[in-house]
Design a protein around this ligand. Structure first.
Ligand code: ZN
Length: 309
């Protein structure tokens, strides 16, 4: 079985004002790299738009309606200090969440062994009630709640190695013992959440903050000592990865010192647990990553590890 690559050209049309780090070139560079011959066997699929009902499984329905109605037909709408909508944003955010939903459906149907959603904007800062941190809807949480509603899965895990803490995913998961969220992230850093003592209602939240300047050895140690054992004990029926690559040493928004081999290693370790726990069902979605070359190379390493799993 193969790895699916799910994307949509609409994800390039979300255009915050010039100078904003979350720009469309991030995704176009990733897609260009994934056109290479070693990725020829990827099963390429077009992301559908998520329905409002699917979004409202995670988000307050009034928030969903209000956010979609606020999307501009021209100019910009600032929905949070650094979260700015342009005319292309509405379709991009619906495709980004729809990609994760399709990824879940494909791995559940056995059409792909795992999937990478090459989408933007990212989603992991979006809480049930609020858009923030470049994020509008929480695509991985929408995928997780879809997996439960449409496929009857009991236990769903999200592991997030973006350099920022996924406060939105944690907020959506923290009170439900059948949902698991684990994160490595630089601390202190935006959004300021994710301390190790935030453990959820049933130790279903695992935060492994890393200090400024930490590199591959510290990252791998956090995975081996904290995240991987907790994930294996939880025993997910589906694993979703919030794949941000802004912990790369070249990233301009943070100060961790990972490289492509660390993302590849983490992906392999996660897929190994998924194999033991849920027949290898993994859906990964692009979150952050703001150095164009480092993000593309890291995404390539990540997809290579998914293909090899
Ligand atoms: Zn990030």
């Amino acid at each position: 079985m193969t790895t699916a690559l799910i994307t949509h050209p609409d994800c390039l049309l979300h255009e915050p004002p010039p100078g904003h780090p979350e720009r469309s070139a991030r995704l176009s560079e990733v897609l260009k790299l994934l056109e290479g011959p070693e990725f020829a066997s990827l099963l390429r699929k077009s992301a559908p738009k998520a329905s409002e009902a699917a979004l409202a499984r995670v988000h307050d329905p009034d928030f969903v309606t209000a956010l979609l109605e606020a999307m501009p037909e021209s100019g910009y709408v600032q929905v949070d200090s650094d979260t700015i909508a342009s005319p292309g944003t509405k379709d991009a955010i619906l495709r980004a969440a729809g990609a994760v939903i399709l990824g879940v459906d494909m791995v559940m149907a056995g059409e792909a062994k795992n999937a990478f959603c090459a989408v933007r904007p990212p989603g992991h800062h979006a809480t049930p009630h609020r858009a923030m941190g470049f994020c509008f809807f929480n695509s991985v949480a929408v995928g997780a709640f879809h997996a439960r509603a449409a496929h009857g899965l009991e236990k769903i895990a999200v592991v997030d190695f973006d350099v920022h803490h996924g406060n939105g995913t944690q907020a959506a998961f923290t009170s439900d013992p059948r949902l698991f969220y684990a994160s490595t992230h630089q601390s202190p850093l935006y959004p300021g959440t994710g301390s190790a003592d935030e453990t959820g209602v049933a130790h279903n939240i695992v935060n492994a903050p890393l200090s400024r300047g930490a590199g591959g050895p510290e990252f791998r140690r956090a995975f081996e000592r904290e995240i991987l054992p907790a994930l294996a004990t939880f025993g997910p029926d589906l694993l979703i990865i919030s794949a941000g690559f802004d912990a790369h040493r070249d990233d301009p928004l943070a100060q961790l010192r990972l490289d492509e081999s660390d993302f590849s290693w983490a992906t392999g370790a996660l897929c190994k647990i998924a194999k033991q726990s849920c027949e290898g069902r993994v859906v990964s979605s692009l979150e952050g990553g703001y150095d164009l070359s480092a993000t593309a190379r890291s995404a390539g390493a990540h997809v290579r590890a998914l293909m090899a799993a």
